[in-house]
Structures are given as structure tokens and as C-alpha cells.
Design a protein around this ligand. Structure first.
Ligand SMILES: NC(=O)c1ccc[n+]([C@@H]2O[C@H](COP(=O)([O-])OP(=O)(O)OC[C@H]3O[C@@H](n4cnc5c(N)ncnc54)[C@H](OP(=O)(O)O)[C@@H]3O)[C@@H](O)[C@H]2O)c1
Length: 294
């Protein structure tokens, strides 16, 4: 039987690696890459700059995928705040173009959005909560959510929490936490920034579930609301590092380009009803460090 084709943008990114690994069990996966490569055997890499409208249209029209997961983005809020034009080009304009081409083919497209569409003042947030981003990254994600849904009724907005893992594609905060703690260096962590984190592996399972079920919007947070500081305490325990290395601080103590919302915990009850079942953060961290050499 011919397998269906799935086009994943951002395949060379942190989440992209987990998506490629999980999706290839059921799909023929084609991964868009830009500056980096895909370190995942069996995935067909398609080099493309998504801000090149014609190249994007040709890729979609030539490949004619059965479904798309759009995970590519300028993904760091500080980068977006400092490079607003690039953020708009990648996070908004390219997303809307992609939605137009998916709409023309009448195929589903899971759009990877963020808990940072909320302002953090009234958690936990269900899918029906009004959006109110506090930084440009969040604003551009909201513009993409709305514009993509208008251009393609089969858009599935997947709002993601903070994700952690040891994807070989990208260094995220977990690796720097680990190397700081293992070097015996102090680690400053916010006590007043709260999220509902999940591993990249769990996140990928949730996104594939969303693609199967097809809701217009789905929150894919974990089951626990946890501050960065408490996340660090859990990590120190698992790595057998001294908790004394952790220094509690507040968002206001550190100057950053992008304002940060305080508590953008997601209410993911709808996803849980559909079968999404993240393990506890501690169990996910233990599993990551039992199978990695980081
Ligand atoms: N990481 C988190 O905790 C988190 C939380 C909530 C939501 N999200 C969202 O989840 C998605 C994935 O995040 P991530 O952490 O995996 O990001 P990432 O590691 O920074 O990866 C970004 C991906 O986007 C691609 N990309 C960027 N500009 C491009 C362009 N012009 N053309 C083609 N591809 C381009 C990159 O390709 P190259 O590397 O090949 O250049 C890379 O594959 C993003 O939409 C992000 O906003 C992430």
C-alpha cells in the first residue's frame, strides 16, 4: 500500500527531529531544511527558504503532500523582538503563503504555535481563552494562527508549552542547564515564570494526534504547572548535582529584549480527552537521561 506524504517544515530544528522520528512510522516524511541538515535516517530533506514565496509554492505543488506540519519559525522571542522584519517574514508571511497553498490542495496543516499568545495573567488557558501576547513573537504567532485559519479551514493550531529534550538538531535551554550544573556553576532561574512543559517526544505525539483528530485548535501542555526554578531543582536531583547551585531570581532581575509573560500554563483537557497523555516532568526527564549521554 502506498504511504501518505507528510511535509514537515522546521524539520532541522529541535522539535522537527522528534516530529520526523515519530511521523516516519506512519508517513513518508519530507522535511524542509534551510541552514541546517536533518540528522534522522529515512527522511527526505527538501532545502528551501520558506520566505521565498515561489520556491514554497513550487515545493508544495511538486510534492503534493497529503498533510503538512508547519514547525519552522524564528523561535526565540528575543530574536523576534530584535529582528521584527525577519520575524514577520518567517513567522507570518511564509505561514500565510503556506496556508494558501495547503488550502488550494484542501489538505490539513498543523501549525505549531505557542503558549506565548497569552499574557500570563489569568492561567490556566483553554483554547477558548482570549489571546493577548506581550511580545512580538506572540503577536506574530497570533497573526499566523488567524491568517492561516482564514486561508485554509483545515488548519489545526497546536499551541505548545515549553519543550525540553536532547534533540541532536538544536541546543535548547535544557543542554545549557545541564552543562552549567555539571560544571558546578551557579544557575539563575526564575521563580515567577510558570509553564506546563513537555518533552519534545511527547509534543510530537500530541501534534500527530492533532493531525489525526483535526480540531481547529488544540493545547498540548503537560499535566504540571512548574516554574523554571522548580524545573531546575528536579533536574539537579536527577543529575545528582547540588541544589545549592540554583539561584532563585525573578523575571524583573534580568534585562531581555522581549517582555516575558508570567504564567502561561495551558489547560490541555481537550487533548487529554482525545488521548494525549504526557508523563510527569520528572518521569520524562529521567527517561531522557537514562537514554542519553548528555
Ligand atoms: N522550543 C520550545 O520550547 C517551543 C515552545 C513553544 C512553541 N515552539 C514553536 O515550535 C516550533 C519549533 O520550535 P523549535 O524549538 O524546534 O525551533 P528551532 O529549533 O529554532 O528550529 C526552527 C526551524 O525553523 C527553520 N527555519 C527558520 N527560518 C526558516 C526559513 N526562512 N526557511 C526555512 N526554514 C526555516 C529552521 O531551519 P534551519 O535550522 O535549517 O535553518 C529550523 O528547522 C516553532 O514554531 C516554535 O515557535 C517552540
Amino acid at each position: 500500500m502506498t504511504r501518505k506524504k507528510l511535509f514537515i517544515t522546521g524539520a532541522s530544528g529541535f522539535l522537527g527531529w522528534y516530529l520526523c522520528k515519530a511521523a516516519q512510522l506512519d508517513w513518508d516524511v519530507y522535511g524542509a531544511v534551510n541552514r541546517n541538515a536533518i540528522d534522522c535516517p529515512g527522511i527526505a530533506a527538501l532545502p528551501i527558504d520558506l520566505t521565498d514565496r515561489d520556491a514554497l509554492r513550487d515545493s508544495i505543488q511538486n510534492l503534493r503532500p497529503d498533510a503538512v506540519i508547519h514547525a519552522a519559525a524564528l523561535s526565540r522571542p528575543n530574536d523576534c523582538q530584535m529582528n521584527p522584519d525577519e520575524s514577520f517574514a518567517v513567522n507570518v508571511r511564509a505561514s500565510l503563503n503556506l496556508a494558501e497553498y495547503c488550502g488550494a490542495l484542501e489538505i490539513p496543516c498543523a501549525f505549531i504555535s505557542t503558549d506565548q499568545v497569552f499574557d500570563g495573567s489569568n492561567p490556566p488557558y483553554a483554547e477558548t481563552a482570549p489571546v493577548a501576547p506581550v511580545n512580538l513573537y506572540g503577536e506574530h504567532k497570533v497573526m499566523a494562527e488567524e491568517g492561516m485559519s482564514a486561508r485554509n479551514p483545515k488548519t489545526i493550531v497546536c499551541r505548545m508549552p515549553l519543550m525540553f529534550g536532547v534533540s541532536p538538531h538544536a541546543q535548547i535551554f535544557l543542554q545549557s542547564f545541564v552543562s552549567t550544573l555539571q560544571a558546578g556553576q551557579p544557575l539563575k532561574l526564575f521563580t515567577d515564570e510558570v509553564r506546563t512543559p513537555v518533552s519534545g517526544q511527547t509534543a510530537a505525539q500530541g501534534i500527530l494526534l492533532a493531525l489525526r483528530e483535526g480540531p481547529s485548535c488544540l493545547h498540548l501542555g503537560g499535566t504540571e504547572r512548574i516554574s523554571r526554578y522548580n524545573f531546575g531543582k528536579m533536574l539537579a536531583k536527577i543529575l545528582n548535582c547540588s541544589e545549592q547551585l540554583l539561584q532563585a531570581c525573578q523575571q524583573a532581575d534580568i534585562r531581555m529584549a522581549a517582555p516575558r509573560p508570567a504564567d502561561v500554563s495551558l489547560d490541555s483537557s481537550l487533548a487529554f480527552k482525545l488521548g494525549y497523555s504526557p508523563s510527569s516532568v520528572e518521569a520524562e526527564l529521567r527517561q531522557i537521561f537514562s537514554t542519553s549521554t548528555t
